[in-house]
Write a protein that binds this ligand. Structure first.
Ligand code: PLP
Length: 478
């Protein structure tokens, strides 16, 4: 399988196409676009139904081998087997499907080490990175800024891995005690936590400043693991296949299923779209946003207008506080049947005018008619009301992000079509909002009880580029 850029130009160096392992460690394509497979592999319904008896890891192997064709099969199998273990994900099911009421299910994607769905892809990414770096005799120093979820998922995926180091910046004293403990209690040599004076953007700006220094970046092998990484998207395709299989187990005629997806960067729901294109029978793909409703606006009107950081609200589903959906370009590429020149033109207009509008076009109409996309926006009050009603009706505590998904899902249910809401985090991570909704501290998985009292290790630093670079030089040598 070869990969192209969504903008029709070079994907790696000056090459117009590349292999899976060539794009594995990279970020943006060379021409500023994102890597996409030259075609989406399809599976017929007999093959799909034949996957019912497979374990999660074996299912992942079936999906991944169609995209990562340049990794030897036995290697891929063993990397996957090491990633999706009952030990890391709490049970052999890895992502259990819980039925709330007939026809309404919760796909539990947050059973991994950091209690959020990012672990589903990141655990595999850690093993893929270690393998490809060892193969190539390279090292990678992952530099990032986090306000919570992504940073901890990256650290738990990369800890102890050969050839990889993580330097993660976070705003000093601004994460919850739980999130702080989750990250700072990692004592592995290849994990460096840096608590920076200031807010999240202060950390983010420092990371950008380092990345803008190309010679320094190259000298110290600095990279990132952001949500545009294609391997993360493919790893997420697996749980849509798994979700469809589990929601249709035992049905005489396994038909289409709808998925409701709490969305921010569009990485999660894009994986659902790829699963549909592979042949998984789907009715609706529901994009649920919070008050930051850039994506809801697009799916309602065809207008895509990312917002500035100043116009991005802080909400009680913070992992969806995103103003610009970085994976969205891949979906638009598909709407235009892989016309890179068209995508390049749209993104030029985005740079110049801050928006584009596909309303009324045939391409936009496909999003709903052919690909089943619908959307909705949830407010703080609706979020709390949904957490309460799910608790009363089903006896289940859902986290604020999942509540946004459940809230919008209710509007789009169809008779006879199973609805699967993706659970993207466990309530224990968002205690403050859970207490506001339910009046009680959320339950914690046993392994996370008392983590605040574990020993912590981190470097405290003012917002100073020279000091950050000195730390990188000191900690990131071979
Ligand atoms: C990252 C995240 C999301 C948003 O997922 P995207 O792939 O960015 O759309 C939703 N909920 C939680 C809990 C997350 O951590």
């Amino acid at each position: 399988m070869r990969y192209l850029s969504t903008r029709g130009g070079a994907v790696v160096g000056d090459a117009l196409s590349a292999d899976f392992t060539d794009i594995l460690l990279g970020g943006l394509a060379a021409d500023g676009g994102l890597a996409m497979p030259e075609r989406i592999p399809t599976v017929d319904s007999e093959t799909l139904n034949g996957w019912r008896s497979l374990s999660y890891a074996s299912l992942a192997f079936e999906v991944l081998q169609r995209f990562a064709t340049d990794i030897p099969l036995h290697t891929l199998q063993s990397l996957i087997d090491r990633s999706y273990t009952a030990e890391a994900f709490g049970s052999p099911a890895i992502a259990p499907l819980a039925t709330l009421e007939p026809g309404l299910h919760l796909l539990k994607l947050s059973e991994g080490p950091t209690l959020a769905f990012k672990d589903m892809a990141m655990q595999l990414l850690g093993n893929l990175f270690e393998w490809v770096l060892t193969e190539r005799g390279q090292v990678l120093n992952i530099l990032g800024a986090t306000s919570g979820d992504t940073g901890s998922a990256a650290e738990y995926a990369m800890r102890g891995k050969r050839g990889v180091r993580v330097v993660m910046l976070s705003p000093a004293g601004r994460m919850s005690p739980f999130q702080t403990a989750q990250m700072f209690s990692l004592l592995d040599d290849n994990i460096v936590n840096v608590a920076v004076d200031g807010v999240f953007d202060t950390s983010q700006d420092l990371v950008k400043a380092v990345s803008n220094d190309a010679p320094f970046k190259a000298r110290w092998s600095i990279g990132t693991v952001n949500s545009i990484n294609w391997a993360r998207v493919v790893a997420q395709v697996v749980y849509y296949v798994h979700g469809w299989l589990r929601a249709t187990d035992g049905l005489a005629v396994p038909g289409p299923v709808s998925f409701a997806v709490p969305s921010g960067n569009f990485g999660n729901v894009l994986a659902g779209h790829i699963a549909r294109r592979m042949g998984v029978p789907m009715s609706r793909l529901i994009v649920a946003t919070n008050e930051n409703d850039v994506l809801d606006e697009f799916f309602r009107t065809g207008r895509y207008a990312p917002r500035s950081a100043a116009r991005t609200w802080q909400t009680s589903s913070p992992s969806m506080d995103i103003s610009k959906a970085s994976n969205f370009e891949r979906f638009v590429f598909d709407l235009f049947d892989g016309d890179g020149a068209k995508v390049a033109e749209l993104w030029r207009s985005l740079d110049q005018t801050g928006q584009f509008d596909l309303g009324g076009t045939a391409a936009f109409a496909r999003a709903a008619t052919e690909f089943g996309f619908v959307s909705g926006r949830s407010s703080h009050a609706e979020r709390l009301a949904t957490i309460r009603s799910a608790f009363t009706r089903y006896g289940v505590a859902v986290d604020p992000h999942t509540a946004d998904g459940l809230n919008i899902a209710e509007r789009w249910r169809e008779a006879g079509v199973p609805m699967v809401v993706l659970e993207t985090a466990q309530p224990a991570k968002f205690a403050q909002t859970m207490i506001e909704a339910l009046g009680a501290e959320p339950a914690r998985p046993a392994a996370h009880v008392g983590i605040e009292s574990r020993a912590q290790r981190y470097v405290r630093m003012p917002a100073d580029l020279a000091q950050l670079k000195a730390l990188i030089v000191q900690r990131c040598g071979r």
